[in-house]
Design a protein around this ligand. Structure first.
Ligand code: ATR
Length: 258
């Protein structure tokens, strides 16, 4: 999708994927300092480990507690996080206004932190449910300064039924080795009464959760818009130019469909 954006804007640049082991992360960052690059994306499992290797962190990267984008400017490496803005733009695309809404967040891992930040900054309240409750409590404590955030325990069912937005950030339903793509993070039969059901998973395009929600007539959104918009925000930081997100979306979709 980045190469499609470069081409579309007529910019002489390219984006390449590098497979970096945890042991070689420090060297990979040193290489960025030496090479002629605009910056980099940082993906799982390096989003936290990269932070102390950089020269400066943006407010969002500090707040989310993770870096997904590195920008090289005047020789310095700056760490940003565009996942939160990417998710906020995905909700805008779905015409969902967060102000005053009740959101339920499933999961409390790295991706959940970016989503939680976007939701609270957008003005919704947040109820978090995670398999390991300690992690949900840690997230709630870290984000309490941004708005109303609670951990769900006993009131799980009624919170799901009555929310305006349900977001899955767990890896349940993902099509990767070791995961069953036919599982939902919700117990059978439990869904919101009226809500946007959002899954940050984009492979498969329709997780079991989204299929169940659609069958009940609820509106749904998968993880592709978030992926594309976080990429578009990174691209803008690197080049100073806003790419056409539709061009990036089509490029990403084409690869995923093949
Ligand atoms: P990411 O950075 O992509 O968010 P992560 O930090 O490993 O990845 O987080 C994965 C999330 O999926 C966690 O909330 C995890 O729950 P735990 O904190 O209990 O591990 C959740 N998760 C993964 N597999 C799960 C499963 N089978 N059932 C429920 N939750 C699961």
């Amino acid at each position: 999708m980045h190469n499609a954006a470069f081409k579309n804007l007529g910019l002489d640049g390219f984006y390449e994927a590098r497979d970096i082991s945890p042991e070689s992360l420090a060297q990979a960052v040193k290489d960025l300092r030496r090479e002629t690059v605009l910056g980099a994306n940082v993906s799982v499992p390096h989003k936290l480990a990269v932070m102390p290797l950089l020269d400066e962190l943006s407010e969002e990267a500090k707040a989310v507690g993770a870096v997904n984008t590195v920008v090289k400017r005047h020789g310095a490496l700056l760490g940003h996080n565009t996942d939160a803005k990417g998710y906020a733009r995905a909700l805008e695309q779905a015409a969902f206004d967060l102000q005053g809404k009740r959101a339920v967040l499933l999961g409390a891992g790295g991706a959940a932190r970016a989503v939680a930040y976007a939701l609270l900054r957008g003005g919704s309240s947040l109820q978090i449910y995670n398999r390991t409750p300690q992690k949900a409590h840690a997230l709630a404590t870290d984000f309490a300064r941004y708005g109303e955030v609670n951990v769900l325990t006993d009131a799980f069912k009624s919170a799901i039924k009555n929310c305006h937005l349900l977001v899955n950030t767990t890896s349940v339903g993902m099509e990767v080795a070791g995961h069953d793509p036919d599982l939902s993070p919700l117990p059978d039969g439990l869904l919101p009464a009226h809500a946007l059901v959002s899954d940050i998973v984009y492979k498969p395009a329709k997780t079991r959760l989204l299929r169940d929600a659609e069958a009940k007539g609820l509106s749904t959104q998968n993880g592709l818009p978030m992926l594309v918009y976080q990429g578009a925000e990174s691209f803008k930081l690197w080049t100073g130019q806003a790419p056409d997100a539709d061009v990036m979306f089509r490029a990403a979709q084409q690869v995923l469909e093949n």
